[in-house]
Design a protein around this ligand. Sequence first.
Ligand code: CTP
Ligand code: MG
Length: 382
Amino acid sequence: MTTHRLAVIVVAAGSGVRLGAGAPKAFVPLGGSSILEHALHAVAGMAQPPRVIVVVPADRCAETQRVVERVIGTGEVIAGGPTRQASVAAGLRLIGDADIVLVHDAARALTPSALFDRVADAVAASGNGAVPGVPVADTIKRTSAGGAIVATVDRAELSAVQTPQGFPAGQLLAAYAAAEREVTDDAQLIADAGHPVAIVEGDPLAFKITTAWDLRRAEDLLRTTALTRIGVGTDTHAFAENTVEPLWLACLEWPGERGLAGHSDGDPVAHAIVDALLSAAGLGDIGTVFGTSDPRFAGAHGSVFLAEVRRMLEHAGWRVENVSVQLIGNRPRFSARKEEAERTVSELLGAPVSISATTTDGLGFTGRGEGVAAIATALVAR
Ligand code: CTP
Ligand code: MG
């Protein structure tokens, strides 16, 4: 499959008159952050990282740049125009060499990352525009100016369209350059230019926050929708041949105990947690993230890995909810320092960590005292 260069334009330059929250809509608080920040987290979760362009009111550019750096890493921010169409046009100036462009309303704050992927994949596969749509549930009437019913529209023919809407970059640029009328979505301009646009399955979570009632619905959904994921990780290290290697376990040094062998400090508790966290957040595993060839991590203590993984998770919009670890081995006798170990690791992750220890009744490599193993389970939330 050919790889595409994706750009996502998030339009957030509207004033939010209908919401009436006293601030531009994208900057209105939602679930502890803002409407825009939620939209950006969805972009950050895409399978293939796109070039990101965020279009905001002119006086919001500086603060938005900081939010984009925190949530996405890199991205460009530009001032919008008086209409949505003008704002999209402003964003289009920054798409660079992208060959597929997705245009998304920040106001659709809860849109899942998977919908961005679905639209991008549909454009890549067909070479034409794709927009998400959901069936219309209500019976729709055509009315006269005076408010009388003129006709019933067959709803089987209707689809309520959402964003992100995706198009080949060339089509979208040409359609905007040729635009002769004001439209409310990009698919209309593409259709005006004579190109086909397909509907892909939309998502109820991609509803647009327009009124105060919509904002309340979004708040309620955030409270009740479980945006949590769990992950599991294990690690095993053999006791070192030499006896000078100090033992590091759960980010603590254990004087007088025989050390464990490994590229780093051989701390199986820390490493199992790293794998559990990466797995929960879908960010890979310890081997791919901290390659043994990376000199930054040669001999590094578990605390270095845990701090880096926490940074990566937060960068991707996740926070650690809690971690539970079980250490399996005959030595060291863990219980005396259990609380100290839990406190140390909890502080590193900013979340409660419980660590227990067990033996295997003399069975297996841990029972024979050849090494120790750890199993960690992590819960992350966004
Ligand atoms: N938008 C934009 N620039 C504009 C107008 C709208 O970037 N001049 C963006 C909005 O920020 C929003 C999306 O287009 O993310 C959809 O617009 P809408 O829901 O109408 O938002 P507002 O225009 O902000 O709201 P209202 O019409 O109630 O003022
Ligand atoms: Mg508007």
